[in-house]
Write a protein that binds this ligand. Sequence first.
Ligand code: HEC
Length: 195
Amino acid sequence: MSEVKRKDDIQGDILHEYDGIEEADNHLPLWWLVTFFGAVIFAAIYWSVYSSYGLLKPPFAEYQEEQAAIDAESGALLTDAEVAAFAADPARVTEGRAVFAQNCVVCHGERAEGKIGPNLTDGTWIHGGAAKDIFNTIRLGFAPKAMPQWGNVLGPHRTQSVAAFIISLRGTNATGGKEPQGTPYDPSAPPRLAP
Ligand code: HEC
Protein backbone atom coordinates (compact mmCIF):
# COMPACT_ATOMS: atom_id res chain seq x y z
CA MET A 1 0.00 0.00 0.00
CA SER A 2 1.22 3.47 -0.83
CA GLU A 3 1.48 5.73 2.13
CA VAL A 4 -1.01 8.55 2.46
CA LYS A 5 0.60 11.83 1.40
CA ARG A 6 -2.17 14.04 2.76
CA LYS A 7 -5.90 14.06 3.40
CA ASP A 8 -8.04 16.10 1.02
CA ASP A 9 -11.44 17.41 2.17
CA ILE A 10 -13.20 16.25 -0.98
CA GLN A 11 -11.04 13.45 -2.47
CA GLY A 12 -9.99 11.81 0.74
CA ASP A 13 -6.58 10.09 1.01
CA ILE A 14 -4.08 11.32 -1.60
CA LEU A 15 -1.74 8.40 -2.36
CA HIS A 16 0.42 9.62 -5.23
CA GLU A 17 1.74 12.92 -6.38
CA TYR A 18 3.69 13.44 -9.61
CA ASP A 19 4.50 16.84 -11.05
CA GLY A 20 1.82 18.41 -8.93
CA ILE A 21 -0.89 15.97 -10.10
CA GLU A 22 -2.46 14.24 -7.13
CA GLU A 23 -4.16 10.86 -7.21
CA ALA A 24 -6.54 9.36 -4.71
CA ASP A 25 -7.77 5.73 -4.66
CA ASN A 26 -11.45 5.80 -3.78
CA HIS A 27 -14.04 3.07 -4.24
CA LEU A 28 -16.17 3.48 -7.33
CA PRO A 29 -19.69 4.64 -6.48
CA LEU A 30 -22.33 1.93 -6.30
CA TRP A 31 -24.47 3.46 -9.07
CA TRP A 32 -21.46 3.35 -11.41
CA LEU A 33 -20.69 -0.29 -10.66
CA VAL A 34 -24.32 -1.33 -11.05
CA THR A 35 -24.58 0.50 -14.40
CA PHE A 36 -21.30 -0.94 -15.68
CA PHE A 37 -21.87 -4.58 -14.72
CA GLY A 38 -25.52 -4.28 -15.67
CA ALA A 39 -24.46 -3.19 -19.17
CA VAL A 40 -21.98 -6.07 -19.43
CA ILE A 41 -24.59 -8.64 -18.38
CA PHE A 42 -27.22 -7.09 -20.68
CA ALA A 43 -24.81 -7.19 -23.63
CA ALA A 44 -24.03 -10.87 -22.98
CA ILE A 45 -27.72 -11.80 -22.78
CA TYR A 46 -28.64 -9.68 -25.82
CA TRP A 47 -25.84 -11.18 -27.87
CA SER A 48 -26.78 -14.76 -26.92
CA VAL A 49 -30.49 -14.30 -27.49
CA TYR A 50 -30.36 -12.42 -30.79
CA SER A 51 -27.08 -13.45 -32.35
CA SER A 52 -25.26 -16.52 -31.01
CA TYR A 53 -28.23 -18.82 -30.39
CA GLY A 54 -30.86 -16.91 -32.37
CA LEU A 55 -33.51 -17.55 -29.70
CA LEU A 56 -35.39 -14.43 -30.83
CA LYS A 57 -35.49 -12.79 -34.24
CA PRO A 58 -33.27 -9.67 -34.35
CA PRO A 59 -35.35 -6.45 -34.54
CA PHE A 60 -34.03 -5.55 -38.01
CA ALA A 61 -34.95 -8.94 -39.48
CA GLU A 62 -38.40 -8.59 -37.90
CA TYR A 63 -38.76 -5.11 -39.45
CA GLN A 64 -37.72 -6.44 -42.88
CA GLU A 65 -40.28 -9.25 -42.67
CA GLU A 66 -43.05 -6.86 -41.69
CA GLN A 67 -42.08 -4.50 -44.51
CA ALA A 68 -42.08 -7.37 -47.03
CA ALA A 69 -45.56 -8.41 -45.83
CA ILE A 70 -46.81 -4.81 -46.21
CA ASP A 71 -45.31 -4.58 -49.71
CA ALA A 72 -46.85 -7.90 -50.71
CA GLU A 73 -50.25 -6.87 -49.31
CA SER A 74 -50.21 -3.41 -50.95
CA GLY A 75 -49.44 -4.87 -54.37
CA ALA A 76 -46.12 -3.00 -54.59
CA LEU A 77 -44.43 -6.19 -55.74
CA LEU A 78 -46.95 -7.11 -58.45
CA THR A 79 -45.40 -7.33 -61.91
CA ASP A 80 -46.81 -5.62 -64.99
CA ALA A 81 -48.14 -8.99 -66.21
CA GLU A 82 -49.85 -9.68 -62.86
CA VAL A 83 -51.56 -6.27 -62.90
CA ALA A 84 -52.60 -6.81 -66.52
CA ALA A 85 -54.02 -10.20 -65.52
CA PHE A 86 -56.40 -8.92 -62.81
CA ALA A 87 -57.23 -5.90 -65.00
CA ALA A 88 -58.57 -8.36 -67.58
CA ASP A 89 -61.11 -9.72 -65.08
CA PRO A 90 -64.54 -8.13 -65.89
CA ALA A 91 -65.67 -8.48 -62.24
CA ARG A 92 -62.73 -6.34 -61.07
CA VAL A 93 -63.45 -3.75 -63.78
CA THR A 94 -67.11 -3.50 -62.68
CA GLU A 95 -66.06 -3.11 -59.08
CA GLY A 96 -63.49 -0.48 -60.12
CA ARG A 97 -66.13 1.50 -62.00
CA ALA A 98 -68.05 1.97 -58.73
CA VAL A 99 -64.88 2.99 -56.86
CA PHE A 100 -64.16 5.50 -59.64
CA ALA A 101 -67.68 6.98 -59.48
CA GLN A 102 -67.29 7.53 -55.77
CA ASN A 103 -63.74 8.86 -55.56
CA CYS A 104 -62.37 10.05 -58.87
CA VAL A 105 -65.07 11.80 -60.92
CA VAL A 106 -64.60 15.14 -59.11
CA CYS A 107 -61.20 15.52 -60.72
CA HIS A 108 -61.25 13.21 -63.72
CA GLY A 109 -64.88 13.65 -64.88
CA GLU A 110 -67.90 11.31 -65.04
CA ARG A 111 -66.52 9.49 -68.06
CA ALA A 112 -62.86 9.91 -67.06
CA GLU A 113 -62.66 12.46 -69.87
CA GLY A 114 -60.61 14.81 -67.73
CA LYS A 115 -61.31 17.89 -65.58
CA ILE A 116 -58.74 19.13 -63.06
CA GLY A 117 -57.03 15.78 -63.57
CA PRO A 118 -56.04 14.49 -67.00
CA ASN A 119 -58.16 12.60 -69.49
CA LEU A 120 -57.74 8.91 -68.64
CA THR A 121 -59.33 7.62 -71.84
CA ASP A 122 -56.80 8.97 -74.32
CA GLY A 123 -53.75 7.00 -75.30
CA THR A 124 -51.27 9.35 -73.65
CA TRP A 125 -49.97 9.21 -70.12
CA ILE A 126 -47.98 11.58 -67.92
CA HIS A 127 -46.84 8.81 -65.56
CA GLY A 128 -46.67 5.88 -67.95
CA GLY A 129 -49.42 3.85 -69.60
CA ALA A 130 -48.27 0.32 -68.74
CA ALA A 131 -50.68 -1.57 -66.45
CA LYS A 132 -48.18 -1.47 -63.61
CA ASP A 133 -47.56 2.27 -64.08
CA ILE A 134 -51.26 3.11 -63.95
CA PHE A 135 -51.68 0.94 -60.85
CA ASN A 136 -48.69 2.61 -59.19
CA THR A 137 -49.84 6.16 -60.04
CA ILE A 138 -53.18 5.41 -58.39
CA ARG A 139 -51.62 3.58 -55.43
CA LEU A 140 -48.94 6.18 -54.68
CA GLY A 141 -50.49 9.33 -56.18
CA PHE A 142 -48.44 12.27 -57.37
CA ALA A 143 -48.41 14.84 -54.58
CA PRO A 144 -46.69 17.71 -56.50
CA LYS A 145 -49.71 17.88 -58.87
CA ALA A 146 -52.41 17.05 -56.28
CA MET A 147 -53.17 13.52 -57.45
CA PRO A 148 -53.98 11.87 -54.09
CA GLN A 149 -52.35 8.68 -52.84
CA TRP A 150 -55.14 6.11 -53.00
CA GLY A 151 -53.41 2.96 -51.76
CA ASN A 152 -54.03 3.69 -48.08
CA VAL A 153 -57.43 5.30 -48.58
CA LEU A 154 -59.02 2.53 -50.64
CA GLY A 155 -56.99 -0.42 -49.35
CA PRO A 156 -55.19 -2.93 -51.58
CA HIS A 157 -58.24 -4.64 -53.11
CA ARG A 158 -60.21 -1.56 -54.19
CA THR A 159 -57.03 0.17 -55.41
CA GLN A 160 -56.43 -2.80 -57.69
CA SER A 161 -60.05 -2.79 -58.87
CA VAL A 162 -60.07 0.91 -59.76
CA ALA A 163 -56.75 0.39 -61.58
CA ALA A 164 -58.42 -2.44 -63.53
CA PHE A 165 -61.19 -0.02 -64.54
CA ILE A 166 -58.74 2.69 -65.66
CA ILE A 167 -56.66 0.17 -67.59
CA SER A 168 -59.86 -0.94 -69.37
CA LEU A 169 -60.38 2.70 -70.49
CA ARG A 170 -56.92 3.00 -72.00
CA GLY A 171 -57.24 4.39 -75.53
CA THR A 172 -61.09 4.44 -75.58
CA ASN A 173 -61.03 8.22 -76.27
CA ALA A 174 -64.14 9.62 -74.54
CA THR A 175 -65.89 12.23 -76.67
CA GLY A 176 -65.23 15.83 -75.67
CA GLY A 177 -62.29 14.75 -73.55
CA LYS A 178 -59.55 17.02 -72.29
CA GLU A 179 -56.59 17.48 -74.64
CA PRO A 180 -53.96 14.72 -74.37
CA GLN A 181 -51.15 15.18 -71.85
CA GLY A 182 -47.92 13.25 -71.58
CA THR A 183 -46.58 10.72 -74.05
CA PRO A 184 -48.39 8.02 -76.07
CA TYR A 185 -48.50 4.58 -74.47
CA ASP A 186 -45.99 2.24 -76.09
CA PRO A 187 -46.86 -1.41 -75.28
CA SER A 188 -43.35 -2.56 -76.18
CA ALA A 189 -41.72 -0.26 -73.58
CA PRO A 190 -41.19 -1.67 -70.08
CA PRO A 191 -43.20 -0.10 -67.21
CA ARG A 192 -41.51 2.95 -65.67
CA LEU A 193 -42.09 1.89 -62.11
CA ALA A 194 -41.41 -1.83 -62.27
CA PRO A 195 -40.71 -3.34 -58.83
C1 HEC B 1 -58.09 15.98 -56.19
C2 HEC B 1 -58.19 15.64 -57.58
C3 HEC B 1 -57.98 14.21 -57.99
C4 HEC B 1 -58.68 13.10 -57.58
C5 HEC B 1 -59.80 13.02 -56.57
C6 HEC B 1 -58.14 11.98 -58.34
N1 HEC B 1 -57.14 12.40 -59.17
FE1 HEC B 1 -56.07 11.27 -60.46
N2 HEC B 1 -54.98 12.87 -60.98
C7 HEC B 1 -55.18 14.17 -60.54
C8 HEC B 1 -54.23 15.06 -61.17
C9 HEC B 1 -54.12 16.56 -60.96
C10 HEC B 1 -53.42 14.24 -61.99
C11 HEC B 1 -52.26 14.70 -62.88
C12 HEC B 1 -50.95 14.54 -62.15
C13 HEC B 1 -49.80 15.16 -62.94
O1 HEC B 1 -50.05 16.11 -63.70
O2 HEC B 1 -48.69 14.70 -62.75
C14 HEC B 1 -53.93 12.89 -61.86
C15 HEC B 1 -53.40 11.79 -62.52
C16 HEC B 1 -53.95 10.53 -62.49
C17 HEC B 1 -53.46 9.42 -63.26
C18 HEC B 1 -52.26 9.43 -64.17
C19 HEC B 1 -52.61 9.96 -65.53
C20 HEC B 1 -51.42 10.00 -66.47
O3 HEC B 1 -51.59 10.63 -67.52
O4 HEC B 1 -50.38 9.43 -66.18
C21 HEC B 1 -54.28 8.34 -63.01
C22 HEC B 1 -54.18 6.96 -63.59
C23 HEC B 1 -55.27 8.81 -62.06
N3 HEC B 1 -55.06 10.14 -61.77
C24 HEC B 1 -56.27 8.01 -61.54
C25 HEC B 1 -57.11 8.41 -60.52
C26 HEC B 1 -58.05 7.54 -59.85
C27 HEC B 1 -58.28 6.08 -60.20
C28 HEC B 1 -58.68 8.28 -58.91
C29 HEC B 1 -59.71 7.84 -57.91
C30 HEC B 1 -59.40 6.70 -57.09
C31 HEC B 1 -58.14 9.64 -59.00
N4 HEC B 1 -57.20 9.68 -59.97
C32 HEC B 1 -58.58 10.70 -58.22
C33 HEC B 1 -56.15 14.59 -59.66
C34 HEC B 1 -57.02 13.76 -58.98
